[in-house]
Design a protein around this ligand. Structure first.
Ligand SMILES: [Mn+2]
Length: 606
């Protein structure tokens, strides 16, 4: 075992210096690791200093040279940025347009801090400059504490594609471990127009505007004149943003997802293949989250009169009756207006879209508000905006709905809210494969005599059974009186398969508590008992989407819960509303995300 004394080794990579505690890994420089990967990440290294020789294995640590202004060869960073931006285009979210001279392509420069757990936990502080990410690994994390001096190991420049990476790097690859975006925002170099030069000279002052970090960070290479040194100190100026004793470990959640490293590790959205070229390294395991509406867009909605045109998510929507009270008040609260519903639809869109995209939507409309009777609207009318995504059902029978709305983009959900659809019911199957459900549905449907405690008993029995069967499933309260459980199922199962399986499970559970359950179809024959409604597992039958409002006083929502919340005496089936659920999502993430995960074969029940 060698020690970490040499700068060379500290410099090799974050993997060796930090993740592997400097001793256990065979000698392996970043550049050899990169060149071993087809030399293609070497492109990134070349970009970092404009030198052509960087893709070759290096025996010595990076010598900091004065960078060339022109890149001799390799992929120009402009192209990389363009590719990156092209990848983001689908979200239709306009980028902020800064006007300062220190911008990349009309944008302000970005920075990111990634909390990275490899062999050892550390924080990677990265500043966008000259098309790459200049990077430091900070074992104890950046701080707002003006008295603190943090060791910051200057590591290889990273490709710009990495700037919003959150996920897992496979074990055995460079940086293997889990990564969250711990903080991100914009930055400006202070007292220089040439941050690359400042880094080369060993001192960078950066004014950062992140969600956690604010104010001026100061990075200084240790030992002036020792250009070989990769050990820097990171400090925070004693400015208006300084906070004594501030510790990064007290703020462990991702600013992207609200998740911890542990949560990301156990259920990642993305993988970064360090062994592939930067442009190919990102492997999306789930659809990429869509950015929510900008503050300015929300303010514009607030500023509209009773009707008007709202520009949001890159679309133009004609909104009407914005001050109409759609949901009666709950005690102690005001009624919920249509404007508030529309605002909610825009803000929840990034969270709910994975459950709606690609699926025909049955809309439960209440144009007169939740206090009036509603009706189902499946057929999309002809007079709607051309851009609304839709699906024509090739198997529609005579006289049935032929054209369905498909909420493939967030603006479509805003349209739905403006259309008076208070409840959103996506199909269990995707339009592209309408015979194959992606979920099996369990619907604990309380009768008039069923108490909330009875519902909880039934839900806990399902929890026990599903855990015993090793079937991954997620519960949600309905926003009315019940609980539903969604089970992601493997491709190729039919509605017949899911219906039979859920029926068998329901019958087994019902046999444990026969006093709570009726199997009668007719409500009048159920004597107020609950029903376990496996018949929802059929084409064009739907359950309300997670996060959908319900047409009831106070605008309750169908809220995903964790299994252990079934034991929480404070849990209520309609306890979350469009006024409270966004805070819950911000704090705890999307608790229904397991349903988006890989489907399962349903095990035999007997
Ligand atoms: Mn790292």
């Amino acid at each position: 075992m060698r020690h970490c004394a040499s700068v060379r080794e500290a410099r090799q990579s974050e993997t060796t210096a930090l993740a592997h505690g400097c001793g256990s890994l065979r000698y392996r420089t970043v550049s050899t690791a990169m060149s071993a990967s087809n030399g293609k990440i070497g492109d990134m290294a070349r970009v970092s200093d404009g030198s052509a020789g960087r893709s070759a294995p290096r025996e010595t640590p990076k010598t900091v040279r004065k960078p060339r202004r022109q890149l001799a060869r390799g992929t120009p960073p402009d192209d990389k940025l363009a590719r990156y931006q092209a990848k983001r285009d689908f979200s239709r979210t306009p980028e902020p347009t800064g006007k300062t001279p220190k911008m990349a392509h009309g944008r302000q420069l970005r920075f990111v801090v990634q909390r990275h757990r490899a062999r050892r936990r550390h924080y990677d502080l990265r500043f966008e400059m000259n098309g790459i990410l200049a990077s430091w690994a900070v074992p104890n994390g950046p701080t707002l504490d003006p008295a603190a001096k943090r060791l910051a190991v200057h590591v290889e420049d990273h490709p710009i594609e990495y700037i919003d990476f959150e996920g897992v790097i496979p074990a055995g690859e460079y940086g293997g471990g889990d990564v969250i975006v711990w903080d991100t925002g914009t930055w400006e170099p202070y007292d220089t127009d040439d941050p690359v030069e400042a880094v080369a000279a060993g001192e960078l002052h950066a004014d950062v505007t992140g969600q956690k970090l604010k104010g001026r960070l100061i990075l200084v290479r240790r030992g002036r004149g020792r250009e070989e040194s990769h050990q820097w100190l990171l400090m925070h100026k004693n400015d208006e943003y300084a906070v004594s004793g501030w510790d990064a470990e007290d703020y462990p959640l991702s600013v992207l997802s609200g998740r911890t490293n542990e949560q990301v590790k156990s259920d990642p959205d993305r993988i970064w293949r360090s062994d592939l070229p930067a442009a190919e390294a990102l492997v999306e395991l789930r659809p990429r989250p869509i950015p929510g509406p900008a503050d300015a867009e929300l303010a514009a909605l607030d500023d509209l009169g009773a009707a008007g045109t709202w520009h949001v998510f890159g679309r133009e929507l004609r909104l009407t009756n914005l001050d109409k009270e759609l949901f009666p008040a709950r005690s102690g609260e005001g009624p919920v207006t249509k404007r508030e519903l529309i605002r909610y639809s825009a803000r929840i869109a990034p969270v709910i879209l994975p459950y709606l995209a690609g699926r025909p939507l049955n809309m439960h409309r209440f144009p007169g508000g939740a206090a009036q009777p509603g009706f189902w609207n499946k057929q999309l009318p002809d007079h709607v905006p051309d851009w609304l995504p839709r699906w024509h059902n090739p198997e529609a029978k005579q006289g049935r709905s032929t054209t369905y709305l498909v909420v493939d983009e967030p603006a479509a959900l805003v349209w739905v809210a403006n259309y008076g659809a208070l409840e959103w019911h996506p199909w269990t199957s995707r339009a592209a494969n309408q015979g194959s459900p992606t979920y099996a549905l369990i619907d604990i449907d309380p009768g008039s005599a069923t108490t909330w405690d009875d519902v909880l008993v039934l839900a806990r029995l399902h929890r026990t059974a599903l855990a015993h069967l090793d079937v991954k499933a997620q519960p949600k309260v309905t926003g009315r009186r019940g609980i539903q459980i969604w089970i992601p199922v493997a491709d190729g199962l039919t509605y017949h398969d899911t219906r039979i399986w859920v029926e068998q499970l329901s019958k087994e559970i019902g046999a444990v508590v026969p006093e709570l359950i009726s199997w009668k179809w007719d409500v009048s024959e159920r004597h107020g008992l609950a029903r376990l409604d496996y018949t929802q597992n059929v084409s064009n039958k739907t359950l309300v989407a997670p996060y959908s409002p319900r047409a009831a006083a106070g605008a309750p929502v169908s809220a995903p819960i964790e299994w252990q919340e079934l034991d929480d005496p404070a849990l209520r089936p309609d306890g979350f509303t469009i006024r409270t659920i966004l805070d819950r999502v911000a704090k705890r993430g999307d608790l229904f995300r397991a349903v988006q995960g890989p489907g399962q074969d349903l095990p035999p029940l007997r």
